[in-house]
Write a protein that binds this ligand. Structure first.
Ligand code: G3I
Length: 343
């Protein structure tokens, strides 16, 4: 029994992957047998696609020149294996090159920002290029888009709790969110869903601010789903709080996905792997119950595959053992707990 088979009648089970791991034969075998959805952990982010030199050379103030080599390789890899992908991400403050926001594509951080009018044109051109390319070259592979990621940050204290330290917000204000969704609606394929995606989306103040944004988008029929990232700790949040938030998003009439799931389990924690299994088990039992209650949960994606490939041990360099597979690619107790929750 694999994850994808255990959950076949419930929802697709996904993983975020990076080429340096995924294309190795042993990972290829594991991913293909266990998962029914994939997300590119980094290579489909704006910074990895926009080509600065070629954009400057083009002399065009609106259109970036894209390099889709890595994107195409992964879409083709997924297609060959019959696995569909979520596209992450079109509009985000992170991993978007700052020259994209400057006049004349300048790489001087002190150069003037592009005007709001120009930024809207650039946003449309970028979204149009990516969606058109992906849907023309690989029709049917991408089933949903993270259109806007992480627009809300209560710590910044702005009205509406918008993340002020985002060049998108800085130049366009909160209107950057509906603008991005309007363009995405214009260029999406008919069967694709558009998502707003964020972390800690179960925190009450953040949840309230996100719901206000979603309602505004829904008034124009611009959004289809809420992506709850799900980078969880061992004690926080209570799964009941995660469920409460998930039900509040679903009550808006939206689809739901858990898009970036990992549970930070410190390697030093005594009995850590048994506790991790309990926590994953509790979370998945809750998700299964919600699905059976009629919540439109469309997929659950782990943010990584093995402990060593997780961003927590890589990018964050934490002593953590958060995933379902260990460094020998063997399933851990948490894997069995997730399988059991589907029964
Ligand atoms: O590949 C380069 C390498 O060539 C270079 O030598 C090295 C030096 O720093 O950097 C490597 O790139 C790193 C990349 O991960 C691949 O490992 C980047 O520095 C690093 O910033 C990047 O981190 C990613 C992070 O997003 C950036 O914000 C993580 O892998 C990725 O897991 C993480 O994913 C985000 C989601 O997109 C949005 N939600 C939160 C989630 C976790 O932070």
């Amino acid at each position: 029994m694999s994850l994808k088979d255990a959950y076949r009648d419930l929802f697709p089970i996904g993983a975020a992957i990076a080429p340096m791991w995924a294309y190795k034969p042993e990972f290829d075998t594991l991913i293909t047998s266990e998962f029914s959805s994939l997300t590119a952990e980094n290579i489909m982010k704006p910074m990895m696609i926009m080509d600065h030199d070629a954009t400057i050379a083009s002399g065009d103030p609106v259109n970036t020149v894209q390099n889709f080599a890595e994107t195409d390789k992964m879409l083709s890899w997924a297609k060959e294996r019959g696995i569909r992908m979520r596209f992450h991400v079109l509009v985000w403050h992170g991993q978007t090159p700052w020259w994209f926001f400057k006049e004349n594509w300048s790489d001087d951080k002190d150069a003037p920002d592009a005007s709001p009018e120009l930024m809207l044109k650039r946003m449309e051109a970028w979204i149009r290029d990516v969606m058109t390319h992906v849907n023309t070259s690989f029709p049917g592979v991408v089933y949903c888009w993270d259109v806007v990621n992480e627009a809300i940050e209560p710590e910044h204290g702005a009205p509406g709790l918008f993340r002020t330290k985002s060049p998108w917000y800085h130049i366009l204000g909160e209107e950057f969110v509906p603008a991005a969704f309007r363009f995405a609606r214009r260029y999406q394929a008919p069967d694709q869903q558009l998502y707003y995606n964020d972390f800690n989306s179960f925190q009450p103040d953040k949840q309230e601010a996100i719901i206000a944004v979603l309602k505004k988008l829904q008034a124009e029929d611009l959004v289809d789903g809420m992506g709850m990232q799900g980078h969880l700790q061992m004690q926080w949040p209570a799964i009941a709080d995660f469920e409460k938030a998930a039900r509040a998003y679903a009550a808006l009439g939206l689809s739901l996905q858990v898009t970036e799931l990992d549970i930070h389990c410190p390697t030093a924690l005594e009995n850590g792997q048994a506790l991790l299994a309990d926590r994953y088990g509790e979370l998945f039992s809750t998700l299964v119950r919600m699905k059976r209650d009629g919540i439109d949960l469309r997929s659950v994606t782990f943010w990584g595959v093995t402990d060593r490939t997780s961003w927590l041990t890589g990018f964050r360099r934490e002593g953590s053992s958060p995933m379902l597979f260990d460094d020998t690619l063997s399933p851990k107790a948490a894997y069995n707990a997730v399988i059991d929750a589907a029964r």
